[in-house]
Design a protein around this ligand. Structure first.
Ligand SMILES: [Zn+2]
Length: 70
């Protein structure tokens, strides 16, 4: 076994992605974006719709890089 040559570069390329979950209401189409929580998966029931009270479904889970430093 050989070790990867990363000594001396630790912490240099550590990019932490922000993961978000989109909950969509099947009745009115309202979409809610919230931070991903452990156990989330697509088609899982989400929170109650804030507009019509129906149970939302998770339709999308995605990651985006943190805001770029200027
Ligand atoms: Zn709704």
């Amino acid at each position: 076994m050989s070790l990867p040559m990363t000594s001396g570069f630790q912490g240099q390329n550590k990019v932490k992605l922000n993961v978000f979950t989109i909950e969509e209401c099947p009745a009115c189409g309202q979409k809610t974006k919230r931070p991903f929580a452990a156990g989330d998966y697509i088609t899982k029931d989400g929170a109650k719709c804030t507009k019509c009270g129906n149970t939302t479904k998770i339709t999308l889970i995605y990651a985006e890089p943190p805001a770029k430093p200027k």
